[in-house]
Design a protein around this ligand. Structure first.
Ligand code: ATR
Length: 286
């Protein structure tokens, strides 16, 4: 009798645009392992609770999960263990489920972002960084930037809703040294003209939506403009950055690195270069 496949997948809402199945199913296929990566849309907190309770039942075939909006924080109470970085961030995007049905949480968004910065040749040590947005992505990016031993010189944070960014700052500062971080009240106070790097974590530009949160004339050739959006590949912000001679990078690399790190947590081993390339190609084709 053929064995049923091991199941992996992603929980969140909405999930229709997720590229994660492409990357992980390509890896399973290349490794010839009997496993499949699925989408698990969960409509509300009650569905999350039932799903997480069911996960702990003997015989459940799910052994690994990614977690996305809006459950990265909400999933914490259901975990049996959490790794130190994810605990500091206060958000989990990867869960490993043991054969004893214990759930362990990790955050690969922060390290994934850092790996991509390294790949594009940007070293955040001593740099001036401006961040737009205060959602889950900012939480992970800000945490990882503040936890590297030699930190950026200064990080300025702006969000449309001031209460949200202040709440994020107050929460993170309980666990992470944010002494180099300043929450600002207007886009102008981000001092983009002096920044070495501008990071957009907002959804402005997603799906080709118009709008530019910053004054394009302030972008300059000595900066990296990083937009976590990868659909479209080039947002209005990245187009404006290129036009001003700045280095413009989208978030597909971050998606790839967080996924590769998640896969490593599930597999329990480091993945080889050949497999990495297969995973990345699968994403780029998607
Ligand atoms: P993620 O987890 O991917 O970071 P999120 O938690 O939904 O996503 O956060 C979305 C971010 O985009 C928020 O910072 C949001 O700002 P508000 O807190 O003011 O809602 C920001 N955002 C979305 N649409 C925006 C817009 N039109 N102008 C400015 N910011 C916007």
């Amino acid at each position: 009798m053929p064995q049923p496949p091991a199941i992996y997948g992603i929980i969140g809402n909405p999930l229709t645009h997720s590229l994660s199945p492409l990357m992980h199913n390509a890896a399973f296929k290349a490794l010839k392992v009997n496993a499949v990566y699925k989408l698990f849309p969960l409509l509300d907190d009650e569905e999350l609770k039932l799903f997480m309770e069911d996960l702990k039942e003997e015989g459940n075939p799910i052994f690994g999960l990614n977690v996305t909006v809006p459950y990265k924080e909400k999933v914490l109470p259901f975990l049996d263990g959490i790794d130190p970085f994810a605990e500091k961030v206060g958000a989990v995007n990867t869960i490993v489920i043991s054969h004893q049905r214990k759930c362990y949480g990790f955050n690969t968004d922060g390290p994934g972002f850092l790996s991509h910065l390294t790949e594009v040749g940007f070293d955040p040590v001593g740099k001036r960084i401006a961040i737009l947005g205060a959602g889950g992505t900012t939480r992970s990016i800000l945490s990882v930037l503040c936890l590297i031993p030699e930190r950026p010189q200064g990080i300025r944070l702006y969000n449309r809703t001031p209460g949200k960014v202040l709440q994020l700052f107050d929460d993170l500062k309980q666990r992470i040294d944010l002494s180099n971080v300043q929450v600002v009240n207007s886009v102008d106070d981000l001092n983009i003209e002096l920044a070495d790097c501008l990071i957009n974590t907002t959804s402005v530009g997603l799906g080709g939506s118009d709008g530019l949160l910053v004054d394009a004339s302030l972008l300059h050739p000595d900066m990296l403009v990083y937009d976590v959006i990868y659909n479209p590949k080039e947002t209005a912000l990245l187009k404006a950055a290129k036009a001003k001679g700045a280095k413009a990078v989208n978030g597909l690399g971050m998606l790839y690195y967080q996924g590769a790190l998640a896969f490593q947590h599930w597999a329990g081993v480091e993945i080889e270069e050949g497999l990495r390339q297969i995973m990345r190609k699968a994403l780029q084709g998607g």
